[in-house]
Design a protein around this ligand. Structure first.
Ligand code: SAM
Length: 450
């Protein structure tokens, strides 16, 4: 849409651009085309567009053959867009994008997010759509230049702050281009910047406890002129600050803005070291026969290498509205990294019985203490097969609404999902799930879960 098309469209709708909705419509066709080329939409992909407005970017995305989900808060514009692109592969959602349920996107991958964002809520929208629950591979956001500068600021600069650090842990942010105010109607007061978000790969930054990372970064930056040592007094709990500062390579008098991303991560790890990775030799399992009778014991590594029958539990937690809690394995795990799986699961230790293991896993993996054996219901028993790694699996159900706390070394994130969504997701993208979960889900079908 060029300038006169936009004016004509607004006239026909009897509308003026709304300031409170941050409506600055892009009218330069070349710029719109270049922005869409940057996100590189492809057939088979879903582009989620935040604030499509009159469709300046939407049309070019549809022309690429990708599917579009457009979320627009202005009902008049949402209707206009539906009409304009009737018959195309476009779903228009009339809603506040801040309320958009990211869980619904998992079965619809691959997903990329695009938006010429309303400036007044751009930061909240960026945090929402790049959160741990977002399946997006890539995001491309047009923001005010000042915000763009903050997102990709260098350590120690005046722009370097909380958003740089919090978003930078999982995303690499690059400026693709700057836009003059004259390409928009009405013209904003400042230039805009197109910021490309690509996911960091696990080797790029070390893993750490994300909650603690966010907590200390927020505390540190809450008064950026003050020394970190003072700002983090509560978190340090009497730790030897000079020694700690030396270990992460900062001065004792450092302020939040002087710590690089890797130093924030190193500080988090110093305050809460992640559990040592299991090397497969320390744990000892019971080895069982074809009737699940204990025959002897062997180390974990040997049990798996020799394909010896052993025992495991899976637990499905269901909340009061019937949703199932799934956990997503950390991207840093060597087996099934990034896969979604049961609410909790694990092997039985030597001499342990199934219910005791289920209760222990709930405590270890989700921080649920004091669960009584009577509150876990047995749902199914699975026989050992090559697919499940020669495990006798006992599947339990627990009714619980959370909240849960998981160890960052093991679990990336977790959330309750409607069971119908999980069923559809599994049908279209089974590879998103661990093989163990897939077997348990199949066993649970018909038992009121699937
Ligand atoms: N994409 C269009 C373009 O490039 O011309 C419009 C961009 S305009 C800067 C921002 C758009 O976001 C407007 O259409 C506005 O109505 C919409 N919007 C504002 N707040 C929103 C919110 N919270 N959720 C969804 N859309 C919103």
């Amino acid at each position: 849409m060029n300038l006169s098309d936009i004016r004509a469209a607004l006239d026909s709708l009897g509308r003026e651009p709304s300031k409170s909705l941050g409506q600055n419509f892009l009218h330069d066709q070349n710029v719109a085309r270049a922005i869409v080329a940057e996100i590189d939409p492809r057939p088979g992909e879903r582009i989620v567009e935040i604030g499509p407005g009159l469709g300046a970017l939407t049309g070019f995305v549809l022309d690429s053959g990708a599917s579009v989900t457009a979320i627009e808060k202005d009902g008049v514009l949402a209707d206009f867009l539906r009409e304009r692109y009737r018959g195309r592969d476009l779903e228009v959602i009339h809603a506040d994008a801040l309320d958009f349920d990211l869980r619904s996107l998992w079965p619809r991958q691959p997903v990329k997010i695009l938006g010429n964002l309303p400036y007044n809520v751009s930061s909240q929208l960026i945090f929402h759509f790049t959160s741990a629950l977002s399946p997006a591979q890539r995001c491309l956001f047009l923001v005010q230049r000042e915000m763009g500068d903050r997102l990709r600021a260098a350590v120690g600069s005046a722009d370097y702050g909380l958003p740089t650090v919090l978003l930078g842990r999982r995303w690499r942010m690059t400026e693709r281009r700057r836009l003059r105010p004259s390409v928009f109607l009405p013209e904003p007061k400042v230039d805009s910047a197109l910021i490309d978000f690509t996911r960091r790969v696990p080797d790029e930054v070390p893993s750490c406890d994300p909650e603690l990372f966010e907590h200390i970064a927020r505390a540190g930056f809450s008064q950026r002129r003050k020394q970190l040592r003072k700002m983090l007094e509560a978190e340090l709990r009497g730790a030897n600050w000079p020694k700690l500062a030396l270990a992460i390579g900062i001065s004792e008098t450092a302020r939040a803005e002087e710590l690089s991303l890797t130093q924030w991560i190193a500080l988090t790890k110093q305050l809460a070291p992640l559990g040592a990775a299991q090397d497969g030799t320390a744990e000892i399992f019971d080895v069982v026969d074809e009737a699940d009778r204990v025959m002897g014991q062997a180390p974990r590594g040997e049990v798996h290498a020799e394909r010896l029958r052993h025992r495991a539990v899976h637990i499905f937690i269901v909340n009061s509205i019937g949703e199932i809690f799934l956990q997503r394995r950390s991207a840093w795990k060597d087996q099934a990294p990034g896969c979604w799986g049961s609410s909790a699961a694990g092997h039985l230790d030597r001499g342990e019985d199934y219910p005791a293991a289920a209760i222990r896993e709930l405590a270890e993996e989700l921080g649920l203490r004091g669960i009584q054996p009577g509150s876990i219901e047995e749902m199914a028993t699975l026989a050992p097969t090559a697919t499940n790694g020669w495990e006798f699996v006992r599947l339990y159900r627990l009714r619980h609404d959370g909240p849960f706390h998981w160890p960052a070394a093991e679990v990336e994130t977790g959330a309750f999902f409607p069971t119908a969504l999980v069923a559809g997701w599994l049908a279209t993208r089974p590879g998103d799930f661990s093989p163990g979960f897939q077997e348990c889900w199949a066993a649970a079908r018909g038992l009121g879960l699937a």
